[in-house]
Design a protein around this ligand. Structure first.
Ligand code: UD1
Length: 342
């Protein structure tokens, strides 16, 4: 395996930061670009402590074409892992134009700079949300047509199409699109983790904040789904497994000729909301009081990945159990009850 110089966009964010640690451990040179719109600069010091290296950081938004061009003109990258983007489903319904402009323009700006400066490998953060509402479960990569029920999700669908079209005519560009299921957990050191701003939208950070006493009760959205316990089922994947999947995908596209690769990164099984609550109570030793309320609009009953393509091609699998996901989330939450310091 050859050592690569990798630009990680959104490298200060939740999945990006965990991937940075893995990339450095695998011997790669990492450069971070992050707007810090949704991440705290203090994460960088934590990453440097964890990796034992100095991490170059460029603080700007990739929608700025001139700054992106200048970065590529002054530094040579072998690959880009593109995490940067707006990602809150509910917010994307309120400010859709911001989502389309930000997520698409940052990708265009990167693609142009990569083309101009001979950087030919791109790993993109896609989402299971591109399977839409009617794809059969478990989700398989070849399913079409892609669709999504929120502006956020539609930016992922659109960017997948853009990347397919662009890689289709560019002789050198190779692209990996990684469809994440539900990323949770934190680095086992407890020094980096998910740090949502404001009230968490997603289940695991909300549960963690109830356990640590920052919020009173969890609302369980829907108790009448056609599932074993009536609550919705998702395919939770430990962020450490997800990070390892990025390194494996990057190394795979570097050493294979295929232009466009799509891989599901999930565990291949569903876990219900109440099973998450029970696992978290066990891992933390803290009670997580909850009320079952009405369904959240746009939520599906149950879905999970068919991860067999990633298993076979990348030799990768999601290994960590829901108990480990909860234990690692708890270690991070307990040590950082208010997230990263300013
Ligand atoms: C959400 C997004 C998805 C995105 C993913 C990123 C929606 C509709 N989908 O997935 O596009 O890629 O996050 O991780 O928002 N729940 C509760 N109470 C809560 C929060 C959540 O009961 O306070 C339930 C939800 O109804 C759902 C499950 O927990 O059944 C997981 O929810 P969440 O963590 O928000 O993820 P998704 O909705 O699956």
């Amino acid at each position: 395996m050859s050592v690569m110089r990798v630009l990680v966009s959104g490298g200060a964010g939740y999945i990006g930061s965990h991937t940075v640690v893995r990339l450095v451990a695998a011997g790669h040179d990492v450069v971070i670009v992050d707007s810090f719109a949704n991440a705290k600069p203090t994460v960088v010091g934590r990453l440097e402590a964890l990796t034992g290296t100095d991490l170059p950081v460029h603080a700007f938004d990739l929608t700025d074409k001139d700054k992106t061009e200048r970065l590529f003109a002054t530094e040579k990258f072998d690959a880009v892992i593109h995490f940067a983007g707006l990602k809150a489903v509910g917010e994307s319904v309120q400010i859709p134009l911001d989502y389309y402009v930000n997520n698409l323009e940052s990708t265009f700006s990167l693609l142009r700079a990569m083309r101009r400066h001979g950087c030919d490998l791109l790993v993109f953060s896609s989402s299971a949300t591109v399977y839409g509402e009617v794809a059969p479960v478990p989700y398989q990569e070849d399913y079409e047509p892609l669709s999504a029920s929120s502006p956020y999700g539609r930016t992922k669908v659109m960017i997948e199409h853009v990347l397919r079209d662009v890689a289709g005519i560019d002789e050198r560009l190779k692209v990996a699109m990684l469809r994440y299921f539900n990323p949770v957990g934190a680095h086992p050191s407890g020094t980096i983790g998910e740090d949502p701003q404001g009230i968490p939208n997603n289940l695991m950070p909300f549960v963690a904040q109830v356990a640590v006493g920052r919020r009173e009760r969890l609302q369980v959205f829907g108790g009448d789904y056609p599932t074993a316990d009536g609550t919705a089922e998702r395919d939770y994947i430990h962020v450490e497994d997800l990070a390892a999947g990025h390194v494996a995908a990057l190394q795979w596209i570097a050493s294979h000729d295929r232009k466009v690769s799509t891989w599901n990164l999930g565990g291949g099984r569903g876990t219900s909301v109440l099973q998450v609550v029970a696992a978290f109570e066990k891992a933390s030793g803290m009670p997580v009081p909850y009320d079952i309320v009405g369904r959240r609009e746009g939520d599906l009953a149950a879905y999970w990945a068919d991860p067999s393509r990633a298993n076979a091609e990348l030799g990768w699998r999601a290994e960590r159990t829901i108990d480990e996901m909860c234990a690692d989330t708890w270690r991070w939450q307990r040590a950082n009850p208010d997230g990263y310091p300013d």
